[in-house]
Design a protein around this ligand. Structure first.
Ligand SMILES: *Cc1c(COP(=O)(O)O)cnc(C)c1O
Length: 380
């Protein structure tokens, strides 16, 4: 149940909508203007001030879905991530980041934090104790993701939020993989939730945007940074995002359902070595996932047995697309060793459990049995 008193499926359809009082249409009108009247106005409206009607409509909807006080939508997931870092940090500060975060965030930390005069420590694994040990006197932010990419590692969200509170750190989670339908980190005490809307929120592989949901104080603090960094969206794109969000719960329910069915089928199959899915009792994070997630999500990975090469397997697929990115209505696979984790050395990949036989699957909304058939026929 959300703060509005409605369940998620209802929130997806109705929260934030702009009432069409002029014509009575059921959809939010699209306001295309980048120039607004200034006489007798309290605030000047402008796209890069993140306050135009369609920006506010989708920000309110995502905020209701994440059960937060205030939100902001930006032009990409990385715009959201970089704006959050720039808002929360100043020269001399220190950040703790999970080692296994999204590649783009890793790259941002490596190449941009130094320019801001910020130092960081990368922590590997899912143990909260390891994060605690990395805290320094000047640490300000604790940043993590769960489920992780590509092995769906699960971190205890409540324990991380508590650790941050005890040490006066701001906790930030990238909730892209779970989506607001499966995990609501703010309800566990996390301060800032980020989404790459390009994935599940958009859901049709045709939009690029990001979202931040947080409390009023941090949202206020972000405003000035966001205006200066300028990662804003126009009204037409916001209207497409609103349309996508209306079916988010419906899509994610089907993706959860399909992923579970696929994971159960692949698990124990003679041509499959390992299946990584938090919904399987064999997954090391299963118990924590069961406690904190409402569904186990549409992402899973598996490694091929019998020496079958991942590339050959992908070429055998007829229905499932071989495409980078995730969260779309169409199922797609990637090979982490040659895409997301190609920059790691072979030894580091092996250490992270990412071998040349590993396939990452983003499960779509197709019929589950059709997906299972295609995934099985491609096995060697
Ligand atoms: C894709 C992705 C991002 C970056 O989002 P963009 O919209 O591509 O900028 C950040 N985090 C995660 C987990 C992602 O999958």
């Amino acid at each position: 149940m959300s703060k509005t008193g409605f369940k998620k499926d209802t929130v997806c359809v109705h929260a934030g909508s702009i009432k069409d009082s002029q014509f009575g249409g059921v959809n939010s009108p699209i306001y295309t203007s980048s120039a607004f009247e200034f006489l007798d106005q309290e605030d000047s409206q402008y796209p890069r001030y993140f306050n135009t009607p369609n920006q506010k409509a989708i920000s309110d909807k995502i905020c209701a879905l994440e059960e937060g006080e205030a939100g902001m939508v930006l032009s990409s997931g990385m715009a959201a991530i970089s704006t959050v870092f720039a808002s929360l940090l100043k020269v001399g500060d220190h950040v703790i980041l999970q080692e296994a975060i999204y590649g783009g965030t890793h790259y941002f930390a490596k190449t941009q934090l130094e320019k801001l005069g910020v130092t960081y420590t990368m922590v590997s694994g899912t143990s909260v104790e390891h994060y605690k040990n990395a805290i320094q006197d000047n640490t300000k932010v604790l940043y993590f993701e769960t489920p992780g990419n590509p092995l769906l590692d699960i971190i205890d969200v409540e324990a991380m939020a508590l650790l941050a509170k005890e040490h006066q750190l701001t906790s930030v989670i990238d909730n892209t993989f779970a989506s607001p339908i499966n995990l609501n980190p703010i309800s566990f005490g996390v301060d800032v939730v980020i989404h790459s809307g390009t994935k599940y929120l958009g859901g049709h592989s045709d939009l690029c945007f990001g979202a931040v949901v947080t409390n009023n104080r941090i949202r206020q603090a972000m405003q000035n940074t966001a205006i200066n960094w300028g990662g804003s969206l126009n009204g037409q794109t916001c209207a497409l995002i609103e349309r996508s969000l209306k079916t988010l719960a419906l899509r994610v329910h089907q993706q959860n359902h399909n992923a579970m069915k696929i994971a159960e089928t692949l698990y124990g199959h003679k041509s499959v070595d390992q299946v990584y899915y938090p919904g399987l009792p064999s997954h090391p994070g299963h118990e924590v996932a069961k406690r904190q997630m409402k569904g186990f999500g549409g992402m899973l990975s598996f490694s091929l047995g019998g020496g079958q090469r991942a590339e050959q397997y992908c070429r055998n697929l007829k229905l499932v697309a071989t495409a980078v990115s995730l969260g779309g209505i169409e199922s797609s696979v990637t090979i982490p060793s040659i895409t997301s984790h190609a920059k790691l050395s072979a030894a580091d990949r092996e250490k992270a459990g990412i071998n040349d036989h590993l396939i990452r699957l983003s499960v779509g909304i197709e019929d589950g049995e059709d997906l299972v058939s295609d995934l099985l026929q491609a096995l060697g």
